[in-house]
Design a protein around this ligand. Structure first.
Ligand SMILES: [Mn+2]
Length: 438
């Protein structure tokens, strides 16, 4: 009897043990399942913004992003072109300083005053002028993966000078692997110069069929113009450029590889200086981290020692200068593009930078990608906005993304406290939805 009882008790203990084990396993599986849901949440499938164009959705209603089919590295340099460029001589060739004869003085004066740079000299320099290779010597040996995404280049402009605008598009086509550039959109923000209308359309369709002009009906500023181009883009990656720039040797693969490897990485090229008077091409420095002061003036800080030691590898930068960068099309729309409530220009570089870092992305500067930019001597166009539109933009960015740090801005700019930032509901919802869970 005792034996039977003992046996029964043992079986009961075993059953209890089994029940507890099964319960633990079930609890573990439940937790795994709920964890999976948490990691899925930041994916694009949950974002149903009407502003996201349907062409960026696949059959599962997700934003698609480029995934490389091969990680094999290759040398992307176009050596025959590099050789050809090295032999070129003439005004502005090799990025050397140029000048006009004294007899052209009147024309020079006229085109200086409407552009803020020497437009008459630009007209004497070939569209395909050669540029000096001023990259870090390590860039010459660098290889990038052979499977890279396609690119739509977006170039907003207002009353840009003819040859500087065309040289921007031409240098992109000339110094990029042909199959990677799908289209270039020149977004005309209601220019009034006559040659930027039918003449421009005719010239491009005849000589550069990949380049299209998109026209914004009323003067709306840089942010709206960039969004208008981005909405039409059909490629994996958006590259935004200014309208008086020149892409330098092998500039594209260093911008694209980090995006191909992680689509939430945004990459900026080094921005070189094209002198407004002589069109000389030179470096502004050998790299810096983007930053800002508490009045939101853009600043450049020295590269961190660990990144300096790692040159010419890409390094992290807190904020972008704003005009020149590459971003995955899927990530750009996941982030809602730019806040459409930002007016004309100002603050958009901070808005996008804060969004990138706070929503699971990161930002890199790529030393081996260099693009020259004409820094004007003076701004030749009146601002299209009314009142303190920059202040209003800053207020929007601070209210949505800066939390308690907004106080530092308001302390230095007390007037901002009284500016109405407009409706922030959509932007705040976006932040709540996208905010990266750490
Ligand atoms: Mn510019």
């Amino acid at each position: 009897m005792v034996v039977i009882r003992r046996c029964f008790l043992r079986i009961m203990r075993l059953r209890n043990l089994l029940t507890v084990t099964v319960m633990i396993i079930m609890l573990y599986m439940l937790k795994r399942l709920s964890n999976t849901q948490v990691t899925v949440l930041p994916e694009a499938s949950h974002f149903q913004d009407t502003q996201i164009d349907m062409k960026f959705h696949n059959h599962e209603n997700k934003l698609t992003h480029f995934v490389p089919i091969s990680l094999k590295k290759k040398d992307w340099h176009n050596y025959s072109q590099i050789e050809h460029e090295r032999k070129r001589v003439g005004p502005g060739e090799q990025g050397k300083p140029a000048s006009l004869p004294k007899t052209d003085g009147a024309l020079e004066e006229k085109l200086y005053s409407v552009n803020g740079f020497n437009g008459a000299l630009s007209d004497k320099i070939p569209l395909n002028r050669s540029l000096p290779d001023i990259r870090h010597p390590g860039c010459r040996k660098k290889k990038y993966i052979e499977s890279l995404p396609t690119v739509s280049v977006v170039v907003p402009f207002h009353n840009e000078h003819w040859t500087t605008l065309l040289r921007t598009a031409f240098s992109v086509l000339y110094r990029s692997p042909e199959h990677l550039i799908k289209e270039i959109f020149l977004v005309d923000d209601a220019s009034t110069k006559e040659f930027l209308k039918k003449d421009l359309d005719d010239y491009l369709s005849k000589h550069m069929p990949k380049v299209k002009v998109v026209r914004v009906a009323n003067r709306s500023g840089l942010i709206t113009a960039r969004l208008a181009g981005a909405k039409l883009a059909t490629s994996d990656v958006l590259v935004f450029l200014d309208s008086h720039t020149e892409a330098n040797v092998n500039w594209l693969p260093p911008l694209l590889e980090p995006i191909a490897l992680d689509y939430r990485t945004v990459v900026c090229p080094f921005i070189d200086v094209i002198a407004y008077d002589t069109f000389e091409y030179r470096a502004q420095d050998e790299g810096a981290r983007g930053a800002f002061d508490w009045e939101l003036f853009y600043k450049r800080l020295p590269v961190l020692p660990k990144d300096e030691a790692n040159m010419p590898e890409p390094f992290e930068s807190p904020v972008m200068a704003g005009g020149l960068f590459a971003i995955s099309t899927a990530f750009f729309w996941e982030l809602g593009g730019y806040d459409p409530g930002l007016d004309i220009w100002g603050g958009e570089q901070y808005e996008l930078s804060f969004k990138i870092w706070q929503c699971g992305g990161r930002m890199l500067d790529a030393p081996c990608s260099r693009v020259g930019h004409i820094y004007r001597k003076f701004a030749p166009f009146p601002n299209p906005g009314h009142g303190d539109f920059v202040g209003k933009n800053y207020r929007r960015v601070a209210e949505v993304w800066m939390d308690e740090y907004a106080e530092y801005l308001y302390k230095r700019r007390p007037a901002y406290r009284n500016i109405d930032p407009g409706d922030l509901t959509v932007q705040r919802d976006l932040r709540a939805r996208l905010h990266w869970k750490i």
